[in-house]
Design a protein around this ligand. Structure first.
Ligand code: NAD
Length: 469
């Protein structure tokens, strides 16, 4: 736990264990309700101090932060891999992306533009000159998930700081060590200490005190749909930005060539053992190439190596907890008992599940309908574009979708008609660069991330009007 930029002791501890072999990775102080009050008071002071800094000061701090994260890349990556279970190669890639996110955010500190308002365009506006400024909202609570403990925390607090806000970061309990490392890096980069607060602890224990606190002006949350909805109900009169789950789909049209696509689809379904919000879950393949596609995908998936995430050759590590393994396995069993074919995978060793491919599952099975968040891809067939679009859209979620086709007219039809936050043509839905607008429609979320877009969410418009005659 970090308050006012300093590590703080608590009566209770969070013990972080490896999801691969349950060994202890480290310990931190557990934040309790009383710490929420202290954190908000500290952050409000931090906001006042930060208000005395220039945009350039904040740009410099964030630039230094990017440098510090680069210097500490290997130790942060090993911590992420140990406490979250993603492979060490994926963890290194996350750190590299985190550096990008901070670098983009630093640039945004220089781009807090307002605009003039043509007041005299109204019948009563004679003599008036108007303009608006973009000002920070104040204190931001940033609640982040376990699956990208570094980059998704940075997607919140780096733009928040760029815009001049103080923050309280609440990382997932299972990835508390990364959360603390982020706070330390901010302080070492010369950030206003009071503006940097990290509450390591349990969401259910301190969540209500945090999200309902009137001293917080915006909650930016990434996590599951149900927790997101609970936060929205309990937040009161404050802004919320919600980055929630999905059951992302890929459509492979009859004019696409399956050979290259299966490799990409497998990457999209099993990276981080499928624990990615935009993981490939549903693949709709035109009936003319369905059998070839399933064969090729099966071959590709069988070649993936499972095991210890810290082993350089591991492709697929463990799921975050045993109960998640049981849940995913029970969903596979349900689909198979309803007639789906288990093409490969699904066997379990500890918390590691062999990557699974299911074919011809029912659209009503949980593996299709709900967010799977595990190493399973479901391949179903479609007849024509209208049917594929209907199946993709028949979901409570709408984050990103991929479409493979060589027909530009068809690509545009999908882009227009898919009800999602982002459509990727000839690419899997997992693709993301960190400055693009990112977020979902329907129950996948509210608002957008990507530093420029996050800064918009985290600032208010302040109008100034001069009467000049
Ligand atoms: P989660 O909802 O269980 O937890 C997310 C965070 O919320 C954690 O920090 C947790 O401690 C906290 N929390 C839990 N209960 C709370 C409460 N009552 N009040 C306040 N905070 C509370 O999610 P998770 O298991 O860590 O992450 C997986 C989920 O996140 C998946 O659904 C995934 O799709 C989603 N996700 C979405 C995106 C996106 O950008 N849309 C990105 C990554 C993950």
């Amino acid at each position: 736990m970090i308050l006012a930029g300093k590590k703080v002791a608590s009566k209770e501890r969070v013990v972080v264990r490896s999801p691969y072999d349950t060994s202890i990775v480290g310990e931190v102080s557990r934040a309790l309700e009383v710490d929420v009050q202290r954190a908000v008071e500290t952050a409000r002071r931090g906001f006042t101090i930060l208000s005395g800094q220039t945009s350039y000061d904040r740009y410099r701090t964030l630039t230094r932060l990017a440098g510090i994260l680069s210097e500490r890349a290997e130790s942060i990556a090993r911590t992420i891999s140990s406490e979250m279970g993603k492979s060490i190669r994926e963890a290194r890639a996350e750190v590299a992306r985190g550096v990008e996110t901070v670098t983009w955010s630093a640039e945004e500190a220089k781009r807090l533009y307002g605009s003039t308002v043509p007041m005299d365009a109204a019948p009563t506006g004679r003599g008036k000159v108007g303009l608006y400024l973009r000002v920070p909202v104040g204190v931001i609570a940033a609640i982040s998930p376990f699956n990208f403990p570094l980059n998704l925390s940075l997607h919140k607090i780096a733009p928040a700081y760029a815009a001049g806000n103080a923050f309280i970061l609440k990382p997932a309990e299972s990835t508390s060590l990364t959360g603390e490392m982020i706070g330390e890096a901010f302080v070492d980069a010369g950030a206003v200490p009071e503006a940097v607060n990290v509450l390591t602890g349990s969401g259910s224990q301190i969540g209500r005190a945090l999200v309902s606190h009137p001293g917080i002006r915006l909650i930016t949350f990434t996590g599951s749909r149900d927790v997101g909805e609970w936060i929205t109900r309990n937040a009161g009169l404050k802004r919320v930005v919600m980055e929630l789950g999905s059951n992302s789909a890929v459509v492979v049209c009859g004019d696409a060539v399956p050979t290259g696509i299966v490799k990409r689809v497998a990457m999209g379904g099993y990276s981080q053992a499928g624990q990615v919000c935009i993981s490939v879950q549903r693949v709709y393949v035109h009936e003319s190439i369905f059998d070839t596609f399933v064969d090729l995908l099966g071959q590709q998936v069988r070649s993936l190596k499972t095991g210890d995430p810290l082993d350089e050759s591991t492709d697929v590590g463990p799921l975050i907890a045993g109960k998640e393994v049981e849940r995913v396995r029970s969903w596979i069993d349900e689909a198979v008992s309803n007639g789906a074919e288990l093409v490969c995978g699904g066997t379990v060793r500890g918390n590691v599940m062999a990557p699974a491919v299911l074919a011809d599952a029912r659209e009503t099975d949980r593996v299709v309908r709900d967010e799977l968040f595990g190493p399973v891809i479901v391949v179903n067939r479609f007849r024509d574009d209208a049917q594929a679009i209907k199946m993709v859209n028949d979901s409570r979620y709408g984050l990103q979708a991929g479409v493979y086709t060589n027909d530009v007219g068809r690509a545009f039809k999908y882009a227009r008609e898919l009800d999602v936050g982002g459509v990727l043509i000839n690419e899997i839905p997992n693709f993301r660069v960190d400055h693009m607008p990112y977020g979902g429609v329907k129950e996948s979320g509210i608002g957008r991330e990507g530093p420029r877009f996050a800064v918009e969410e985290m600032t208010e418009i302040k109008l100034v009007v001069f009467h000049l005659d």
